[in-house]
Design a protein. Structure first.
Length: 243
């Protein structure tokens, strides 16, 4: 990348111009957040069953006694050997949020189609502690349009991110995030879902890279990402973290 090298005064002029646009972005984000919170809700009438380390649970059980539930739809298919690299990148940012979310009445959990044994083995490998349930054998992933059958993928179009996309752009598993509310009577409501890059703001590493001199420095979306134990310097980083 080629950059002009200028005086401090010229840099300040350019930075102040960008600051005005950043403030516009912040105000737009605030407006979008208000509209998101004002969305109507849909009552969840279907019963779903999930396998967890504590046994089989319903969707209501996943709230863990709180009124709000956020589900990260983690791409990990039943016949996969490991979880999605991009989802794993996002998941690296979740554990530190749990105490804060729980204190605010929010339970966060990942849900994947993979059987629980595969999920638990991969969780141990990655060193994560956030809740993670298996929807294997349930329609949950299909109803929330993050898993697709062979019949779905044989069609010309597949519904994802609230629109029909070409089957060439679809896979058996795709990422997303959904939010739910449970009232005092025990009724559960679906309040929000987002897909594709919609949950990108959960990835703090990207937000830091966006402010680094070379930005994301990527050829395609997150092409540089690996599972955190697959980087060449991973053993060195692990050792440094322990001393």
């Amino acid at each position: 990348m080629q950059h002009a090298v200028v005086s401090r005064e010229e840099w300040l002029e350019a930075r102040r111009a960008l600051l005005l646009k950043e403030k516009e972005e912040t105000r737009l984000r605030d407006r979008n957040r208000a509209e998101r919170e004002a969305l109507p809700w849909v009552r969840v009438d279907r019963d779903y069953s999930f396998d967890t380390p504590e046994g089989q649970k319903s969707l209501s059980d996943l709230f863990a006694g709180r009124s709000q539930l956020v589900v990260y739809h983690f791409m990990f298919g039943p016949d996969w050997d490991a979880g999605c690299v991009g989802c794993s990148f996002l998941a690296d940012h979740l554990d530190g949020t749990l105490a804060h979310l729980n204190h605010h009445g929010v339970t966060l959990t990942a849900v994947s189609q993979a059987p629980l044994a595969k999920i638990e083995a991969y969780r141990r490998r990655m060193g994560w502690t956030f809740p993670w349930a298996s929807s294997h054998g349930s329609d949950f992933n299909f109803d929330y349009h993050v898993s697709f059958t062979k019949e779905d993928l044989a069609k010309e179009k597949v519904v994802y991110n609230f629109t029909a996309i070409d089957r060439a752009d679809a896979h058996d598993e795709l990422p997303g995030l959904s939010a739910f509310y449970r009232n005092a009577e025990g009724e559960v409501f679906h309040t929000y879902s987002t897909y594709a890059r919609g949950s990108e703001e959960l990835i703090g590493t990207l937000m830091i890279l966006d402010r680094a001199p070379l930005g994301r420095n990527e050829d395609s979306t997150m092409h540089f990402v690996k599972r955190h134990d697959e980087y060449e310097d991973a053993p060195k980083l692990a050792a440094a973290c322990c001393h």
